[in-house]
Design a protein around this ligand. Structure first.
Ligand SMILES: [Zn+2]
Length: 95
């Protein structure tokens, strides 16, 4: 499946001269399977800081550690992350 996101650089409301990057998943994303789609509706799986889907890996005393995923946890299909402003055609893929 293809996960197309929008990358935005926003001003940090807490400190004046700094910015942070926010990744928003496009709403028209077509999921590889129904299970993953339902899963994403139930839980917040998208990581706005990383621009990837991420699942909770471990729950520790300090909080949760999340693991970015490149493959669907249900059907195993590869997830291609793509910036809507930079189609991946120009990126050389390593095999
Ligand atoms: Zn899937």
């Amino acid at each position: 499946m293809k996960a197309i996101f929008k990358k935005e650089i926003l001003n940090d409301p807490e400190s004046e001269n700094s910015t942070y990057t926010n990744f928003t998943l496009k709403r028209n994303t077509e999921f590889c399977c129904e299970k993953f789609k339902v899963f994403c509706k139930k839980f917040t799986v998208w990581s706005y800081e990383r621009g990837k889907f991420a699942i909770v890996d471990q729950i520790t005393y300090e909080g949760q550690s999340i693991q970015p995923i490149d493959f669907c946890p249900f059907c195993g299909e590869k997830i291609d992350y793509e910036d809507e402003n930079k189609p991946s055609k120009s990126i050389k893929k390593k095999k």
